[in-house]
Write a protein that binds this ligand. Structure first.
Ligand SMILES: CC(C)(COP(=O)(O)OP(=O)(O)OC[C@H]1O[C@@H](n2cnc3c(N)ncnc32)[C@H](O)[C@@H]1OP(=O)(O)O)[C@@H](O)C(=O)NCCC(=O)NCCS
Length: 161
């Protein structure tokens, strides 16, 4: 099944499909912890606009996994310059990775992630940094197997009363 799935750079006609998956990723975060991850309005529309603009930048990588003409996976990353606030020198930021539920556990997530690492490194990223929700063990297992190490732990506290 995996063999029929192509991993490639997104083109403008892929953006609406990629935006649907990006919106699903946001909803997953909100379902997991609604207080920490707010739910923006008009998600698909907002992402379509954002990803269309990002697609024109040479420092951005948007990948899709396509099976027949259906988009079953999406990844988004970007080369970032030095950021004093988070003590990060120039790096690749791996922002989003999403595979549709019915296409999971067939190797597509790993192929998308590997392709993203290759492309960000080809752009000159000396290291790649990402965040996953603390509860997201499948993603952490995948990223650990690709050589990522835990480096930061975000903690959130709601106002009492
Ligand atoms: C995380 C995600 C991208 C994995 O995609 P996938 O196509 O199912 O992953 P693969 O089939 O390539 O599996 C790669 C590795 O991920 C891990 N993994 C995937 N699904 C898993 C599960 N249900 N439980 C535990 N580990 C899992 C395993 O380490 C697996 O390697 P293995 O098969 O050698 O054990 C997918 O589950 C997903 O889209 N989840 C929702 C969004 C998300 O969590 N995104 C990542 C954080 S931004």
């Amino acid at each position: 099944m995996t063999d029929a799935t192509e991993i490639r750079r997104a083109v403008p006609s892929d953006i609406a499909g990629a935006a649907r998956l990006a919106a699903e990723l946001v909803r997953l975060h909100h379902r997991t912890d609604a207080a920490r991850f707010y739910l923006p309005e008009r998600l698909e529309e907002g992402y379509s606009g954002w990803l269309s603009r990002e697609l024109t930048k040479s420092s951005t990588v948007i990948l899709i996994a396509a099976r027949n003409s259906e988009i079953v996976g999406y990844a988004y990353g970007r080369l970032e310059e030095r950021d004093y606030m988070v003590l990060l020198d120039r790096h690749g930021a791996f922002h989003d990775l999403f595979v549709t539920e019915t296409a999971r556990q067939t190797g597509i997530g790993r192929r998308l992630a590997r392709a993203m690492l290759e492309q960000l490194e080809a752009l000159g990223a000396p290291r790649i940094v990402l965040s996953t929700m603390a509860q997201n063990e499948p993603a952490q297992r995948l990223f650990t197997s690709l050589g990522f190490r835990p480096t930061m732990l975000e903690m959130t506290r709601e106002r009492s009363g």
